[in-house]
Design a protein around this ligand. Structure first.
Ligand code: ADP
Ligand code: G6P
Length: 483
């Protein structure tokens, strides 16, 4: 009798787990983490044969408490990699979000910090040790994002030592990858590339990011590039562009839920005489929130006839609050919102409704549904899934997507959106005006283009990652649709 083939496990590895732990009144509670990475992979994490390794967001010293937290994560297929608080801080805040994130998003003025770099290396090693000891021959390891650029090479060498040589490693970057001259500003640029080049498959969201990565490798390292493959140090990796989609049905089904319908009804009543412009962003400087508010203020000044007829509802989800730049941005936004509302409010209403906290899925879906315009002003953005979520919730309302040409999503959703350069407040203003004054016919045509993109590029291939032939071909077709 042939032996039953062992089921392969998909090992997802990312810094952020889909659930973040918080200690409340002595016990551990988990809440859904926010951000595009978690959304892109949602659905997969609850499948059988998946284990998701990551940092749970807090340090727990006490072994008994760790057991409780580990159990809570395991119920959702999560495996917590607990880190010493200082080390986690240095890896996450100082290097990943203080150095790597700004460089990947074309922010200048980043200063390199040796201690942060050491912490980054150390955490990547800790992750590699944890995963190497758990992974079985035949499993597929799928690593995500800029917190773990060194991890693939570390993992590869540990797996070799352990004789686990049949474990393909895939990597997906969820941010932009910058042009070579920008990337080179990072003193450890080649070390980071070498880490990623130990994979079997390397994925980017757009062709531009992929081209930039290849250019950086060919300028900095002795690589051989052939077709879609890149060979370095005896390892051949395939490089591809993968569109990240959402699960539109999660939203369309959600909109049928009575609590969401009630919320939609309530909000429609509150805003019945207004054109609602919606922004949903993590509070991050890459989202261009200052530029959004300034452009909106221009709009209020230049179109007084529309002033009483519009409202901007801006949800700013708190993010990376220990990083100085994020703290400064928070203050700047508070001041700017206060100034604009102070100048333009009337007893009948305020021009900006600013929600600086996380909102529930019910509220988020209802807001997407009742809004007339979704305004995305990112100065750079790997993809931006908010754009797709807005479209998924609109249906026959034909809401208008006003989308920064510098967001990855513009490469795919440019047709059907009003695109603009977010550094120009005037362009932000003009784009809002255009969206607010479009005829229903124009909106319908634009919307249909967007809807087609969103409903075609879904997570429908999610389970393909588990099928044997696609593993053999080293193709990871997960939440992404290969182009
Ligand atoms: P980024 O990855 O930079 O945060 P995206 O626009 O790609 O930007 O993704 C943001 C994701 O976070 C969206 O899928 C959005 O629905 C999700 N999100 C927004 N608010 C919350 C929340 N309160 N809890 C969990 N996820 C949220
Ligand atoms: C972006 C990054 C993700 C990250 C998310 C939320 O989407 O690409 O890797 O998880 O932002 O940020 P946070 O720092 O809270 O994990």
């Amino acid at each position: 009798m042939p032996q039953k083939e062992k089921k392969r496990t998909l090992i997802i590895v990312s810094n952020r787990l889909p659930l973040s732990l918080k200690k409340i009144d002595g016990s551990y509670e988990s809440s859904l983490s926010s951000g595009g990475l978690v959304t892109a992979l949602s659905g997969i994490s609850s499948s059988t044969n998946v284990r998701w390794f990551g940092w749970p967001g807090i340090n727990i010293e006490d072994p008994e408490e760790r057991k409780i937290a580990t159990k809570a994560l395991a119920e959702k297929n999560g495996v917590g990699i607990f880190l010493d608080e200082k080390l986690a801080h240095s890896h996450y805040n100082d290097f990943s979000n203080g150095i790597a994130w700004p460089i990947l998003h074309y922010q200048s003025g980043v200063s390199f910090d040796e201690d942060a770099w050491k912490a980054y290396q150390r955490v990547n090693e800790i992750f590699a040790d944890a995963v190497a000891s758990e992974v079985q021959n035949g499993d597929l390891v799928w690593v995500h994002d800029y917190h773990l650029l060194l991890f693939p090479a570390y993992l590869r060498s540990r797996l070799k030592e352990l004789g686990k040589t049949n474990c393909p490693i895939g990597f997906t970057l969820h941010t932009p990858f910058p042009a070579e001259d920008f990337w080179r500003a990072l003193p450890v640029h080649n070390e980071l590339l070498e880490g990623v080049l130990a994979c079997d498959l390397i994925g980017f969201h757009t062709d531009e990011y992929k081209r930039n990565f290849i250019e950086c490798c060919s300028r900095g390292l002795d690589v051989k590039i052939e077709g879609g493959d890149i060979e370095y140090n005896g390892n051949k990796a395939h490089i591809g562009t993968f569109i990240v989609g959402i699960d539109p049905q999660k939203f369309t089904d959600g909109l049928l839920n009575p609590p969401v319908q009630q919320r939609v009804k309530d909000l429609e009543e509150v805003y019945k005489s207004k054109v609602v412009i919606l922004g949903v962003d993590r509070l991050d400087y890459t989202k261009g929130l200052v530029q959004k508010l300034q452009g909106y203020e221009y709009f209020l000044q230049q179109h007084p006839e529309l002033k009483q007829k519009v409202v901007l509802i801006q949800v700013a989800i708190p993010s990376r609050e220990d990083v100085k730049e994020y703290q400064e941005l928070e203050k700047e936004l508070n001041t700017l919102v206060g100034k604009i509302n102070g100048e333009h409010s009337t007893p009948y209403g305020t021009p900006i409704v600013y929600i600086h906290r996380s909102v529930s899925f019910t509220d988020l879906s209802a807001l997407y549904r009742i809004s007339d315009i979704c305004l995305i002003t990112s100065s750079r953005d790997g993809m931006n899934l908010v754009a797709a979520e807005f479209v998924a919730c609109q249906k026959d309302r034909y809401g208008v997507l006003v989308l920064s040409e510098l967001a990855g999503a513009a490469a795919f959703m440019g047709t059907g959106s009003i695109t603009f350069n977010p550094s120009s407040g005037q362009q932000v203003c003009d784009s809002i005006y255009k969206a607010a004054t479009m005829s229903r016919e124009e909106k319908k045509t634009s919307y249909e283009n967007l809807e087609e993109f969103v409903t075609t590029n879904t997570r429908s291939l999610a389970n393909a990652a588990f099928t044997y032939p696609s593993l053999q071909k080293r193709v990871i077709s997960t939440t992404m649709t290969s182009r």
